[in-house]
Design a protein around this ligand. Structure first.
Ligand code: FAD
Ligand code: SF4
Length: 462
């Protein structure tokens, strides 16, 4: 019997006043009963609009109907046939703009909670100590993957399934890309990411950390001296943008990348680690995306009394996921919308003491389609803060492009590719944020997967 409730089964959550003091996961997993009740809301539509909304075409009605039948192994197999990181995607994908946006149950009421169900299947599979996949017999061909974020991991997984010997080279000491160094533990526990990476290793993928391509080896050396027949670049977009306003060099100003890397990868929130981090009373986070929400919520958890999100447009233009904005508000983050920084002011020790801001109003849409913010003359004011975290976007690091002759990039430093993720350098493919600029986990995974298909065709054609 279908469950015709207009509302999703709510996911259990830590209370806001408790969770804003710890780094444990905010949203908890459905129980079996909750998952089966929610799965019964799916109508198993013949035309499958939800599948069309998923960038990697997970066969959503199939896995949901297997949950209803209690076949959780079958559900896991149905998801992982096209998505190699289900526990990650179930947690961080913007489902509200993808599969759930297309769900017919959303026309009258809330869509089916596809993300929560995906996470339930992945988490249950892990909790039951499911077997690692078997190593695949090698076809003798070698491919190098640069970067171990979702693009590199999905490309490596697809190629390993096809029998390729894949080595991932990662600059950091731990693999996972933004999943490890950017997205905080309270949204995406690192044990979940590392477990998904273990599955890839079981297939035969080798992961070499602390290796910066462009410094230790060049792309040309991967071909000429190390015997790789193709290379995939999934090096992300880790170079932070700054505002270019006075005061950005003051003590107490940092990029969200640096702040979040210290917290996530270097565990600055854990007293057993001696990673230095600034504990501030009043923090301004500039930006309105997921990164800004993560930085603000992390600053609150480190003990800040007041954390401000300073964003120059209104809430409806905010790029952050609705759920993240909602959670941030519940946790006491103070949103200063239609507000732009003009100067960061320091004290006699060159340390931040306040940020001068100006009020904005919205004009006509700009090239991004969002309404252009226009300063309101004479509306300047000072926000008293002792730290400023800048989260206004990132671009790709130029290191690899600068050391790979023949590899073209665009004006933002993004690697140029054709529709099959083939770059302008023979045998080199690229995907994820390194190509698109900062985007999403699932788009990076989709690009990695598409590149793997193109690499397979390329090597077979040699
Ligand atoms: P990355 O994840 O950036 O991985 C690239 C890897 O390459 C890194 O590990 C890097 O160290 C390595 N590398 C770089 N240069 C070299 C080199 N020269 N040699 C060797 N290795 C190198 N997306 C969502 O869908 N949902 C979210 O909720 C969400 N939240 C986010 C929160 C934060 C704080 C951030 C920063 C991003 C968030 N995103 C989110 C975006 C998403 O994480 C990225 O779009 C995605 O991780 C891009 O994947 P990627 O594999 O292209 O690159
Ligand atoms: Fe189920 Fe919604 Fe997909 Fe229809 S659109 S099959 S109701 S998840």
């Amino acid at each position: 019997m279908p469950n015709m409730s207009l509302k999703k089964v709510p996911a259990p959550e830590q209370k806001p006043e408790v969770r804003n003091k710890n780094f444990e996961e905010v949203t908890l997993c459905y129980t079996y009963e909750m998952a089966v009740t929610e799965a019964a809301r799916c109508l198993n539509c013949k035309h499958r609009p939800c599948v069309g909304g998923c960038p990697v075409s997970v066969q959503i009605p199939d896995f949901i109907s297997l949950i209803s039948k209690g076949d959780l192994n079958g559900a896991f197999e149905a998801i992982t046939a096209t998505n190699s990181l289900p526990a990650v995607c179930g947690r961080v994908c913007p489902q509200e703009n993808q599969c759930e946006e297309k769900c017919v149950r959303g026309i009258k009421g809330e869509p089916v909670a596809i993300g929560r169900l995906e996470r339930f299947v992945a988490d249950t599979h892990r909790a039951l100590g499911a077997q690692r996949p078997n190593k695949i017999a090698t076809n003798g061909h070698k491919v190098a993957v640069i970067g171990s974020g979702p693009a590199g991991l999905s490309c490596a997984g697809e190629l390993a399934h096809a029998g390729y010997e894949v080595v991932i080279y990662e600059a950091f000491h731990r693999p996972g890309g933004v999943l490890m160094y950017g997205i905080p533990e309270f949204r995406l526990p690192k044990a979940v990411v590392l477990d998904e990476i273990e599955n890839l290793k079981a297939l035969g993928v080798k992961v070499e950390t602390n290796i910066v391509i462009g410094k230790l080896f060049t792309v040309n050396e991967l071909f000429d001296e190390m015997g790789f027949e193709a290379v995939f670049i999934g090096s992300g977009a880790g170079l932070p943008n700054f505002m270019n306003i006075p005061g950005e060099a003051l003590v107490g100003v940092s990029s969200s990348n640096e702040f979040l890397t210290r917290i996530n990868l270097m565990k600055a929130y854990d007293e057993n680690y001696d990673t230095p981090i600034r504990h501030s009373k009043n923090v301004a986070v500039v930006g309105g995306g997921n990164v800004a929400m993560d930085a603000a919520r992390s600053a609150k958890r480190l003990g800040a009394e007041n954390v401000f999100i300073v964003y120059r447009r209104s809430e409806s233009e905010m790029p952050a996921r609705t759920e993240e904005v909602h959670h941030a508000k519940e946790e006491g983050i103070d949103f200063r919308l239609l507000t732009a920084p003009v100067e960061i002011i320091g004290n006699e020790n060159s340390t931040v003491k306040s940020m001068k801001c100006i009020k904005m109003e919205l004009g006509e849409p700009d090239s991004s389609g969002r309404r252009r913010p226009i300063p309101i003359e004479g509306s300047e004011f000072e926000l008293e803060v002792d730290s400023v975290i800048i989260a206004i976007g990132t671009n790709p690091n130029p290191l690899i492009a600068g050391t790979t002759p023949g590899l073209k990039t665009n004006s933002r430093g993004c690697i140029a590719t054709d529709d099959n993720m083939k770059t302008t350098r023979e045998g080199v493919y690229a995907g994820g944020d390194a190509v698109t600029g900062a985007a999403t986990v699932i788009l990076a995974m989709g690009a990695g997967k598409q590149a793997a298909k193109a690499i397979d065709e390329y090597i077979k054609s040699l």
